[in-house]
Every structure is written in structure tokens, then in C-alpha cells.
Design a protein around this ligand. Structure first.
Ligand SMILES: [Zn+2]
Length: 192
């Protein structure tokens, strides 16, 4: 990272220009479609990774409950698939991660490690969000600072999760869940 005049680091140097808003919304609609395919019992979250040319490299839903895997968040699965799609590269420089929910610390950390160029997310996550809500890992990272845009189609992303938690409560399986908003989606335990 080369210092600019005045000594400030050149954040994002060498990365592509940020996506225009309309493009971000189009990608988020696709992530919402992906989220709709989340297995029953899992918090509905969808993620896609788009390559430098704009092609979709990978898509995944949250599968934490389905796979009984604490790391099976949509973003982790999508990043892994994107790296496989690129062949021999673990670096996803100039790729964009689009996800319906603000990434948690694990997923934000993975995105930084993968060197993604941009993170676009929908609903903010005030209990576990690590892209501005609780922590801000992308902006605090000393090594790699992707562009971050939050709140893209947030009402749609929040509605998806509200419906999920409402159906859980109606089903009686999670009477104590009490989530009428997106708050604490990953922080809560659907099976408790
Ligand atoms: Zn996560």
C-alpha cells in the first residue's frame, strides 16, 4: 500500500472502481433468490461471489444447522466455491462478495483473507455484524481493505429473516426466540 500525499494510506489502490448502486441491487436480488433456497431450519442467508468480469463464480446459502457445521455460513461456502471455480487461486482479488446479511467476524475475516475487492451486504446485524455494526473488520484491517456497502435492499433482506423467525414462533419450536426483527439472527439459536 503506497502512502499518498499527506501520508494517508491509499485505501483500495489497484482495486476496481466500486460497483454502481443499481448493479449492487441486481446482485442482491440474486443473493435473495439464493437465500430462498436455504434448508429448512437454517436462518435464510444467501451469498454469491462475482468475478472481475461480472460473472457469478459461486452461490451458497447458510447451512449451519443442515450440515451441523459452525462454519457453514453462506459466505464461507461461497468463498470456497469461488476459489474452486477460479481453479488454483485462493485470492479473490477483484471479486465481489454479495450477501443478504452483514457478515459476522468469521465471514468478514475470511473475505479479508481471500482479498475480495468488495463486500456488499443487505440487512445490518446489530448483534454479530463485523462490517460496521459490532466490529468493522474491513476498515480496521491493516493489510487489505475492500470496499464495503451495507444496507442494499435491506428491507427485502430483513423481511426474509422476519418471515423465518415468525414461522419458527408460530411453529412453537422456538417460542423463546422473540425475534420480530433481523436483530441477532446468527446470535440466536433456532433450536433452543
Ligand atoms: Zn458468518
Amino acid at each position: 500500500m503506497r502512502p499518498q500525499e499527506g501520508g494517508f494510506p491509499s485505501i483500495g489502490a489497484g482495486l476496481p472502481r466500486p460497483l454502481p448502486l443499481r448493479r449492487r441491487e441486481t446482485l442482491m436480488r440474486r443473493a435473495l433468490d439464493v437465500a430462498a433456497g436455504t434448508p429448512d431450519g437454517d436462518v435464510p442467508v444467501g451469498a454469491i461471489v462475482v468475478g472481475p468480469e461480472g460473472t457469478e463464480l459461486a452461490a451458497a446459502t447458510n447451512r449451519r444447522e443442515a450440515d451441523a457445521d459452525p462454519t457453514a455460513h453462506a459466505e464461507i461456502l461461497a468463498l470456497r466455491r469461488a476459489a474452486r471455480a477460479l481453479g488454483d487461486a485462493w485470492r479473490l482479488t477483484q471479486c465481489t462478495l454479495v450477501v443478504t446479511l452483514e457478515p459476522c467476524s468469521m465471514c468478514a475475516g475470511a473475505a479479508l483473507g481471500a482479498r475480495v475487492g468488495e463486500i456488499v451486504f443487505g440487512a445490518y446485524e446489530p448483534k454479530t455484524g463485523a462490517c460496521g455494526s459490532v466490529w468493522d473488520l474491513p476498515r480496521e484491517s491493516p493489510l487489505h481493505r475492500p470496499e464495503v456497502t451495507g444496507g442494499v435492499l435491506a428491507p427485502d433482506c430483513e423481511r426474509l429473516m422476519q418471515r423465518f423467525f415468525l414461522s419458527l414462533r408460530r411453529g412453537g419450536g422456538a417460542a423463546g426466540l422473540g425475534a420480530t426483527t433481523v436483530e441477532g439472527a446468527y446470535g440466536r439459536e433456532p433450536n433452543e
